[in-house]
Design a protein around this ligand. Structure first.
Ligand code: ADP
Ligand code: MG
Length: 296
């Protein structure tokens, strides 16, 4: 069985020293940890098993193990590596590579947007991770800057896709039916189902990740999201009805090729949207060079 390969018997506390909290999600806490024997530094995602009865808790544990199963089966430099995990009565703990550089949303907000060179360099790494995932028949479903981590601070060459909590496997036609994600990054084909459009079809593909990737690129360059609003309803209305605009001051100085790529990703018709493999052939991405980031 898949899960016996990476599951380690015993408790996490027997093998790792649990250290400072790195971040918190809805049902998990991520902490730094040190392997007591080897001294290796890792990140530990501690997922507390919740549920009122034994039945609910079993379901919760099974859902969590599905995240581990998909995550544990993918191996790519652009995806945070899952090393092993522990199944304990009250928690599941995922041991993964430590990314000390924080997430890209904080990095962008710090600087008010990246230069076109920096953004395309970062974005190419996301595209490579996505091309790999999609070729494996996996859709991440929560592509956003908070889930893109840097292995070390300021090192733009070390982008890692994290948080496989919403990942799904597609069927043999490349489709899946269940919805998940974050409103500001949600693809219009999902939004139209949520909004109850009669024409909406409840069948999605890896193209949903590519829409979210387009949102990421827009924020990387612009420093703000393309479809914003005070309420989720507002955001959804804009996603469904408004064209992405490049009116802000940051956009005027930018080369056309970055706006072209954003437009091709933020295409409402999912079947016409660029795939990761296609986006990797776009001019702005192929021209993205290697470079050292300026020290702040
Ligand atoms: P959730 O599924 O609850 O959203 P995430 O996997 O996104 O949990 O992790 C929550 C936060 O913990 C992240 O936003 C990030 O700040 C931090 N984090 C997650 N994984 C790592 C890691 N491998 N290295 C360093 N920090 C991490
Ligand atoms: Mg997350």
């Amino acid at each position: 069985e898949w899960w016996t390969r990476k599951v380690t018997p015993g408790t996490v506390a027997a093998k790792y020293e649990l250290e400072k909290v790195l971040g918190k999600g809805a049902s998990s806490t991520v902490r730094e940890g040190t392997n007591k024997k080897t001294g290796e530094k890792v990140a530990l995602k501690i997922i507390t098993i919740v549920g009122r009865g034994e039945k609910e808790r079993t379901k919760f544990r099974d859902d969590t193990l599905r995240e581990c199963e998909i995550w544990g089966s993918v191996h790519h430099p652009g995806i945070v590596n899952l090393m092993e995990f522990f199944i304990e009565p009250l928690q599941v703990v995922i041991v993964m590579e430590l990314c000390k550089g924080g997430n890209l949303l904080d990095a962008v907000l710090d600087r008010g947007g990246y230069s076109a060179d920096e953004a395309s360099f970062v974005f190419r790494q996301l595209l490579e991770g996505l091309r790999y995932l999609h070729a494996q028949g996996v859709v991440h479903r929560d592509i956003k800057l908070e889930n893109l981590l840097l292995r070390s601070r300021g090192d733009l060459s070390s982008v890692k896709l994290a948080d496989m909590g919403f990942a799904v496997r597609t069927d043999k036609h490349g489709k899946f039916r269940s919805m998940a994600g974050t409103p500001a990054y949600l693809a219009p084909e999902m939004v139209s189902v949520i909004e109850g459009w009669p024409s909406a079809i409840r069948s999605f593909s890896s193209a949903t990740d590519m829409w979210s990737a387009g949102i990421c690129l827009y924020i990387l360059l612009g420093g703000y999201p393309p479809f914003d609003g005070d309420t989720t309803k507002d955001v959804f209305r804009r996603v469904l009805h408004e064209e992405v605009d490049f009116q802000g001051r940051v956009w005027t100085g930018l080369d056309k090729s970055s706006k072209v790529l954003i437009t091709k990703l933020l295409t409402r018709n999912a079947s016409q949207r660029l795939t990761a493999a296609q986006a990797l052939r776009e001019e702005i991405v192929t021209n993205a060079g290697e470079f050292e980031m300026r020290k702040k």
